[in-house]
Design a protein around this ligand. Sequence first.
Ligand SMILES: NC(=O)c1ccc[n+]([C@@H]2O[C@H](COP(=O)([O-])OP(=O)(O)OC[C@H]3O[C@@H](n4cnc5c(N)ncnc54)[C@H](O)[C@@H]3O)[C@@H](O)[C@H]2O)c1
Length: 284
Amino acid sequence: MGKDTDVFSSGIAVVTGAGAGIGSGLARRLGALGMTVIVADINMDKAEQVAASIIAGGGKAEAVRVDVSVPAELDALADHVIKHHGPVKLLINNAGIETLGYVWEIPADRWEKTLDINIHGVVHGVRAFAPHMIAHGAEAYIANLASVGSFGIMPTQTSYMMSKHAIQSFSECLYLEMQVAGAPIHVSSIIPGMLKTEIFNAEAGEGEPAAAAAHRRKMFEMMRDYGMDLDEGCRLFVEQIAEKKFWVHSQPDMSRDMIAARAAFIQSQEAPALSPEVEHLLQH
Ligand SMILES: NC(=O)c1ccc[n+]([C@@H]2O[C@H](COP(=O)([O-])OP(=O)(O)OC[C@H]3O[C@@H](n4cnc5c(N)ncnc54)[C@H](O)[C@@H]3O)[C@@H](O)[C@H]2O)c1
């Protein structure tokens, strides 16, 4: 048995973007271990389905609607959870979207939405919950969703890549801030490789340039054909968070390759170069 069966057998977990994909897998796993799971998502129907499945399995869950791109909604979520359930033991800032297309062709709204969800949603999740977790004084956990993309560069996924670079840097700083503050909060950076989720579904690309549709389709097929099983990936994530690991991987080999390539690139100070794989992926 992993450490997660012990550490996460009780207490309150809040997972954003838990109505689908990795968030839903994490919520189900935490519910099965015995936590009360706050299934927070902008899509209330999906959140309710996930909460109902946890309850049907004998677990405890509540679906709550939240738009993580609005800081006040994260404050309201924190107030609601603390008032109705008590102190939070585990916060997972998971909600995120992918946006494809040339930088100059993506409409301003989609740019703002991507950065507001992927970056500000995580920042304000921590800002809203951390003071309560610190004041409570008990050992607790915060995990933020980075990506193997946090260490890579991919043209026409620029807004996503830069947001994931930002989250990796945010989580590293946050980890150290908890030490400086003497707070008993363990910070993890979750680095999925590729898990089968809904992130490249056609409807998730609403507001992208029309020219990005073929790329989105290719990414959808790649994830469908080669993505890791969602429940297996989420089981691995929860286990490593419970072990207080900062680096939390689903596919460690993929992470290692991306990090090594990034380190070599920075060390070399060469100009960025398109690899044959990237050129192939972007040919329509
Ligand atoms: N799937 C992968 O292989 C992979 C790889 C690397 C990183 N990630 C990261 O994992 C996280 C989850 O991705 P996924 O693949 O499970 O995506 P997904 O699209 O399957 O699920 C995302 C969920 O977030 C919700 N959401 C979207 N906008 C929201 C908002 N404003 N407020 C609240 N909820 C919102 C959606 O309704 C959905 O339920 C993201 O941060 C993503 O960048 C995923």
